[in-house]
Design a protein around this ligand. Structure first.
Ligand code: ASP
Ligand code: MG
Length: 249
């Protein structure tokens, strides 16, 4: 029996069918007797849509505390839907917001850093045999205000939970199909690396995974695997690394 942390990005949970697909993947691990924690991002373009909504009201530099209140709602939707989907398949599951999962951060709204994770609640839920679904990208500051961890912050949530719980495996499912020299959606000249290490990802500031998450993996020597999942749910292993310098995809 192992403790597995799995993270699914926004496109993996973009609609009901894909949420059910994620629920199936997650329950496969659970059926084998593993403890499973799942971190999810907001569905599809939800976060961008929420930013657009804020800009309709407050076009330039909207108040950051309120942005966090707004943006964190995207992940609240996806955790509830995924926990329901898992229960629909007949398995016990509970959804937790960042603060319920014990994430304390500093007060830098929209770009908060994790200060501490109190994992008691997650452990309790795992002891009760629940599949625990955690909202990515969010926490609570010392004033009990919601914070978010910066765009792409769900990776950080997943890796931080894996490090805190001492997970046996941390699996990141993404719609990116490799590590590129630049964002392939924005830069048509971007090319894909054949081979890459944690250090290169970090030094070049590349984005397959959020940078804080990459650093955390490296520092904790986390057994991490990154998969590409296309819209049909097909999986391809992108990279895997137990030690610094050995990540190859
Ligand atoms: N939903 C947030 C974003 O789009 C966090 C994430 O996807 O990791 O940036
Ligand atoms: Mg997203």
């Amino acid at each position: 029996m192992a403790l597995i942390v799995k993270k699914f990005g926004g496109s993996s949970v973009a609609n009901a069918e894909r949420v059910m697909n994620v629920a199936r993947i997650v329950t496969e691990d659970y059926k084998k007797g593993n403890d499973v924690v799942v971190v999810v991002s907001a569905q599809g373009d939800t976060t961008d849509d929420l930013i657009a909504k804020a800009e309709e009201i407050y076009p330039s530099n909207p108040p950051k505390r309120e942005m966090d209140m707004l943006l964190s709602s995207g992940e609240q939707i996806s955790i509830a839907l995924l926990a329901m989907a898992i229960q629909k398949l007949g398995f016990p599951s509970v959804s937790l917001l960042g603060w319920q999962a014990g994430f304390s951060t500093d007060s830098k709204h929209t770009l908060a850093r994790i200060k501490k994770i109190n994992s008691d609640r997650i452990r309790n839920e795992l002891d009760k045999k629940n599949i625990v679904v955690v909202a990515g990208f969010q926490g609570l500051n010392k004033y009990d205000d919601i914070t978010t961890l910066g765009r792409g912050g769900s990776d950080t949530t997943a890796v931080a939970i894996a490090a805190t719980l001492g997970a046996d495996l941390c699996q990141i499912y993404t719609d990116v199909d490799g590590v590129y020299t630049a964002d392939p959606e924005k830069d048509p000249t971007a090319t894909k690396f054949e081979k890459i290490t944690y250090d290169e990802i970090y030094n070049k500031g590349l984005k397959v995974m959020d940078l804080t998450a990459t650093t955390m993996c490296k520092e904790n020597h986390l057994p991490i695997v990154v998969f590409n999942m296309d819209v049909e749910g097909n999986l391809k292993k992108l990279m895997e690394g137990q030690q610094i310098g050995t990540i190859v995809y």
